[in-house]
Design a protein around this ligand. Structure first.
Ligand SMILES: NC(=O)c1ccc[n+]([C@@H]2O[C@H](COP(=O)([O-])OP(=O)(O)OC[C@H]3O[C@@H](n4cnc5c(N)ncnc54)[C@H](O)[C@@H]3O)[C@@H](O)[C@H]2O)c1
Length: 347
């Protein structure tokens, strides 16, 4: 792998994504605050003086974490020109970015995503946030990082399940806009085997392609007025499943993969999705062993969770595809939503 960069304008912001052979060198100056979670802190140790550690997992996405980060920044005398650096998965990226965005009305921000999901999705695009009163990502800001460091070698310590979680977002990106990536995934999926055995070169390629797809949406619609919503392909059903199971039973990617099967079902029910494309998507998802039918959760609980989501966030619009790269937004009759959910539950 050779060091290289991608550059994007996101509204008034500019993000440089650097792919690097070596782990980025972190400047340990007086104006830097590193944020890690308990796991990334063990993998990438920095002096306690310069870092703040938050709990790993969704528990870390809390006001308590934000307050602790801001207090530490203040204690250390940081100002608006100071640099917050988040090193970790999507949780660390979301929390660090939120803290940086509100510290003195906006400090500098670099992110070093260390999970596949954070590399292809969470670190890039400017959404920051924490969970609030049981609602995921209910409080946050749009605040793109000025630099994102991608060092695929760090994926070496990531458990298989977390790699598969990120891979679901790679598949989603391919479905939205990238035939070449989709074909590559079909080949990778066909060979079976562990995701831990894929080469770093292949990961780099998949990450780069996924970022370019995401960039297509976020550079045109940073604040998700309309076009960016397409990135939620599979996510409306996924959020229902995640919240009905209290964010404990499935990783985000597993839920997204289930949501992608459901998006195909919904599109077929509406007579919009090309059946040959739906079959191609299902085959791809099954090659990566994502469950089309889940158990241990009642369809009604998922439907209710989606209704709650609707109450909080407004009209539920589903992302439907006619074909690869041909995407639209549609409301769905509740009877169809129920049927689609029921078809995704193991009887
Ligand atoms: N802002 C956005 O646009 C956006 C997009 C997608 C997801 N997200 C958010 O991202 C979060 C999910 O991100 P995630 O899947 O990275 O979860 P995560 O941050 O919880 O990381 C998953 C697990 O892997 C550990 N980990 C991190 N790097 C590791 C490494 N290199 N080796 C071994 N273990 C490592 C973490 O400590 C954690 O236990 C969710 O909160 C979601 O809301 C945000």
């Amino acid at each position: 792998m050779t060091d290289s960069t991608l550059e994007f304008s996101l509204g008034a912001y500019h993000t440089v994504v650097s792919f690097s052979e070596e782990f980025p060198s972190i400047p340990l100056t007086d104006s830097v605050l590193i944020v890690e979670d308990t796991n990334s802190a063990e993998l990438f140790p920095y002096p306690e003086t310069h870092r703040m550690i938050i709990p790993s997992g969704e528990e870390g996405k809390s006001w308590t974490s934000i307050e602790r980060i801001l207090s530490r920044a203040l204690e250390r005398g940081l100002d608006r020109r100071s640099l917050f650096i988040g090193i970790g998965g999507g949780v660390v990226c979301d929390v660090t970015a939120f803290a940086a965005s509100i510290y003195m009305r906006g400090a500098r921000l670099h992110l070093v995503p260390t999970t596949l999901l954070a590399m292809v999705d969470a670190a890039f695009g400017g959404k920051t946030g924490i969970n609030f009163q049981g609602w995921k990502n209910m409080v946050g800001t749009f605040y793109p990082a000025e630099r994102i460091w991608i060092h695929p070698k760090v994926l070496g310590t990531l458990p298989e399940r977390e790699l598969r979680s990120g891979m679901a977002e790679v598949i989603k990106s391919a479905m939205l806009k990238d035939e070449e990536l989709f074909s590559l995934l079909e080949t990778v999926g066909k060979s079976g085997g562990s995701l831990k055995d894929l080469s770093l070169g292949l990961y780099e390629k998949m990450i780069r392609h996924s970022l370019l797809v995401k960039a297509y949406y976020v550079t045109q619609d940073l604040r998700e007025q309309e076009l960016r919503t397409h990135l939620n392909l599979g996510h409306t059903f996924a959020h229902g499943l995640e919240s009905a199971t209290h964010f404990k039973q499935f990783t985000h990617g597993e839920a997204v993969a289930w949501g992608l099967y459901r998006a195909m079902d919904a599109g077929l029910s509406l007579g919009l999705t090309d059946p040959a494309y739906a079959k191609r998507v299902r085959t791809l998802l099954s090659r990566f062993a994502y469950a089309e039918h889940v158990s241990g959760v009642k369809p009604e609980a998922i439907f209710q969770a989606m209704q709650q989501d609707k109450k909080k966030r407004g009209v539920l619009r589903f992302v439907i595809q006619r074909n690869l790269g041909d995407t639209l937004l549609s409301t769905l009759d509740p009877a169809i939503v129920k049927q689609v959910i029921e078809r995704g539950i193991k009887s």
